[in-house]
Design a protein around this ligand. Structure first.
Ligand code: GLU
Length: 486
């Protein structure tokens, strides 16, 4: 009988989660959902100096915001908890003691100066750096002497001679020669566990069946397999590994703060929708096939298989993310577009939660939904409707100081005043009146005729469609602004 799939996302939140973390979380989640398995969220917070409660909470919030719901983990609990490693220290200590008793691990008394001297010698001799096995076979007398010296030992795992081969679901067979995998530290001299001990113990205790994670962790795999072995797990029961390709920046160097925005919080604040972020990140190393680029979360879970993950690095492409975000914004219902927009409008001070403002926002949103790529563009585009002290941007004002502009504005103001008193102030009537006056009668080019009006009415040469903008603004304000500009 095949085991039910259990995949885990196990970040060490030493900062805001970044693009690489979330790509991993997304693939873990999609794989669990695709297979009907469980998605486990485990916080690896044994590095107490760098992981803070704030970063842990931020990680939890980010996953929630993205819609990556977990079946076991912080806040929801589960049968294998606790899911914070800092609350599981007794388990690591118990296994560490067992490894020592079994002879799989040993106490190492080397000081950091001695270890540094070994590394220095290795560098000089041009051999691979790593522990030289000094304390592997200490005699009782040597141990007594170290203790008398007041030295406190770390716990090291004994790597046998030979090599480790495992089948990576993305890369195929991967072999590590143990001469390059020296005996490694499991616990510090205060007994606290290191990553390799905690991660492997937890993957076993939490019955994890699949480890999908970044390629940067590939080299730690032979050490983890060694820990499974010491725990008495049979090779056929080891979790299966799939190492996801690196995410590179535009310049083909590994994506980092230096060559691209990496923090997911930044994308949220810049007005990217969670669905767009997930859709885009899904394409970093995976593809739905048939040249498709747009997938919903539901389609992602239906289509996601590890076989479709490539091993070659993926390149982060901001333009593609923007395009996908624009698509997702256009696909929103008006009601949810409104829900997403309001925080951007209120935070920037453009609109308030008052009934009048909300009504105007709801009328205005349809005219910009087709045009934007991020939600953060909304305040600047709609500001002209709400602003109390209207003024034309200096750069735009300079464009309408000529005689032709003055003529356009003067004639428009006369004709629109007529429309305001006798007709209906809607975008179709406004357009008809202005086309007759400016294009047909004066023979102007539309671009020239309407750009002066756009600047006069919205204060900027970049705005939502002109006639719709004037309809929303109302006759009184539109006319006052045109007259003000003249
Ligand atoms: N906690 C590790 C990290 O954030 C990842 C653990 C794993 O996926 O094996 O780098």
């Amino acid at each position: 009988m095949t085991k039910k799939v259990r995949v885990r996302f196990a970040p060490s939140p030493t900062g805001e989660l970044h693009v690489g973390n979330i790509r991993t979380a997304l693939f873990d989640w999609a794989y669990a959902r695709h297979t009907g398995g469980s998605f486990i969220f485990r916080i690896e917070d044994t590095d107490t100096e760098r992981v803070t409660p704030e970063y842990i909470q931020a990680a939890i919030n980010t996953l929630k915001w993205l819609g990556l719901d977990w079946d076991e983990g912080p806040e929801v609990g589960g049968p294998h908890g606790p899911y914070l490693q800092s609350q599981r220290l007794d388990k690591y200590a118990e296994w560490a003691a067992k490894f020592l008793a079994q002879g799989d691990a040993y106490h190492c008394y080397c000081s950091s100066e001695e270890l540094e001297a070994v590394r220095e010698a290795q560098r000089k001799a041009n051999v691979a750096p790593g522990y030289n096995g000094h304390c592997r076979n200490l005699t009782d007398d040597e141990i007594v002497a170290f203790k008398a010296d007041g030295r406190k030992p770390v716990l090291r795992m004994r790597m046998p001679e030979g090599s480790t081969t495992f089948t990576d679901l993305i890369r195929g067979d991967v072999t590590f020669e143990h001469q390059f995998v020296p005996d490694f530290v499991l616990a510090r001299n205060d007994g606290s566990p290191l990553y390799t001990l905690a991660v492997a113990v937890d993957d076993v205790l939490m019955d994890v069946t699949h480890v999908l994670r970044g390629e940067d962790l590939l080299s730690s795999t032979p050490r983890q397999l060694r820990v499974y072995d010491a725990m008495g797990v049979k090779p056929e029961d080891y979790p299966l590994f799939a190492h996801l390709p690196f995410v590179m920046g535009q310049d083909n160097a590994k994506l980092s703060k230096r060559n691209g925005e990496t923090s997911i919080a930044w994308y949220r604040d810049a007005g990217y929708l969670p669905e767009a972020i997930c859709n885009y990140l899904a394409l970093l190393g995976w593809s739905p096939g048939e040249d498709r680029e747009n997938v919903t979360m539901k389609e992602l879970t239906e289509l996601f298989t590890v076989e479709r993950v490539h091993s070659s690095p993926a390149r982060f492409d901001m333009k593609k993310l923007e395009a996908i975000n624009g698509d997702k914004i256009r696909a929103l219902t008006l009601e949810s577009f409104f829900e997403w927009s309001m925080p951007f409008l209120t935070k920037s001070g453009v609109a308030t939660e008052s009934a009048t403002d909300i009504a105007l926002v709801k009328r205005a949103l349809p005219i910009i939904q087709e045009r934007i790529t991020t939600l953060s563009e909304i305040p600047a585009l709609l500001n002209f409707l709400f602003v109390k002290d209207f003024a034309i941007e200096a750069e735009s004002a300079a464009k309408i100081t000529d005689e032709a502009s003055k003529q356009v504005l003067t004639i428009s103001s006369e004709r629109l005043a007529g429309l305001a008193t006798s007709g209906t102030w809607d975008h179709a009537s406004i357009e008809a009146v202005l086309r007759t006056a400016l294009i047909e009668e004066l023979g102007l080019k539309p671009r020239i005729a309407f750009s002066a009006l756009r600047i006069a009415v919205t204060g900027s040469h970049i705005s939502p469609p002109l006639f719709e903008s004037m309809e929303l603004l109302g006759a009184e304000k539109s006319l006052a602004r045109i007259r003000g500009a003249i």
